[in-house]
Design a protein around this ligand. Structure first.
Ligand code: BTN
Length: 281
């Protein structure tokens, strides 16, 4: 049986009409349905796909989120895309570059949403895209060959665009929203995708050119986590609770732990490089 047609707003023609990039998205594979665009992009990357190759799907049957979570991926209403990113990086700068790629992808996604909607999403560290306290998008980066001088990363981005707020399954409903639910109107996904790809190209050019301090300033401006009381589930079983006070030059989150008693004011902040953050207050 032939596959059902893609929804009319997400076609290659429509995307190309809006696309204003030099590299990102110039090679683009649009799928009606797949398990996960990250899985497809990882396969393409291992087979040598060029920098900026994009895999996009109208529907994912096994969309993946961070920390082993599922990503709700219904047909015909949202954006699910993965970008192959290749760079020539000196080995001593690799770790820093790898930690900034996901943060800058989140910034690009938030900027793209603002460009087409006038909404002002913010980021929960590291890269959850929030409207208020609800998630409107997320980023999942996976390595596709990091041992060499030419690292390759697949950057997966999911955006809840036109999905109705009350159609989220129970496990997502309380914490998720969509652009349409926030703005009270629908959005053209081809235009949003083209805007996202342009913003990604821009942030990744900036990433090569900026100083560490400039990166921190840029990210801090859109980071909703700074200044908040947070509970961070670290990898493993440990957790940290305290106030998020700064972003480090390596993109880490600095948390001043809640503590009482003598010497409490002198405790060094905990430097979080990976974990799951909850905004408590
Ligand atoms: C998160 O916030 O947990 C990350 C969500 C990332 C979802 C996107 S949708 C496109 C790409 N393919 C996937 O399977 N996941 C990412």
């Amino acid at each position: 049986m032939p596959a059902p047609p893609l929804s009319t707003d997400l076609t290659l023609d429509a995307i190309r009409r809006h696309l204003r990039t030099r590299t990102v998205g110039q090679t683009l594979e649009l799928l009606d349905e797949t398990s996960s665009t990250n899985t497809v992009a990882l396969t393409l990357a291992h087979a040598g796909a060029s920098d900026g190759t994009v895999v996009l799907a109208d529907h994912q049957t096994a969309g993946r989120g961070r920390l082993g979570r599922a990503w709700h991926s219904p047909r015909g209403s949202n954006l699910y895309c993965s970008i192959v990113l290749r760079r020539d990086i000196e080995p001593e700068h690799l770790a820093n570059w790898l930690s900034w790629v996901p943060l800058t992808a989140g910034m690009a996604a938030a900027r793209a949403m603002t460009c087409i909607s006038d909404l002002r999403p913010m980021l929960k560290w590291p890269n959850d895209i929030l409207m208020g306290s609800r998630k409107v998008g997320g980023v999942l980066c996976e390595g596709a060959g990091l041992q060499k001088r030419h690292p390759c990363v697949v950057v997966g981005i999911g955006m809840n665009v036109n999905v109705e707020a009350n159609s989220f399954p129970d496990e997502f409903r309380e914490h998720a929203t969509s652009l349409a639910a926030e703005a009270g109107r629908q959005f053209n996904r081809a235009e949003l995708l083209a805007t996202l790809l342009r913003e990604l190209e821009t942030v990744w050019e900036e990433l090569s050119a900026q100083s560490g301090a400039e990166r921190v300033r840029g990210y801090s401006r859109v980071c909703a986590t700074l200044g908040r009381t947070v509970e961070v589930q670290l990898l493993g079983n440990a957790s940290v609770r305290g106030r998020a006070i700064a972003i480090g030059l390596d993109g880490s989150l600095h948390v001043r732990q809640d503590a009482t008693g003598e010497g409490a004011g002198h405790i060094e902040p905990v430097i979080v490089r990976a974990g799951d953050v909850v905004h408590v207050r």
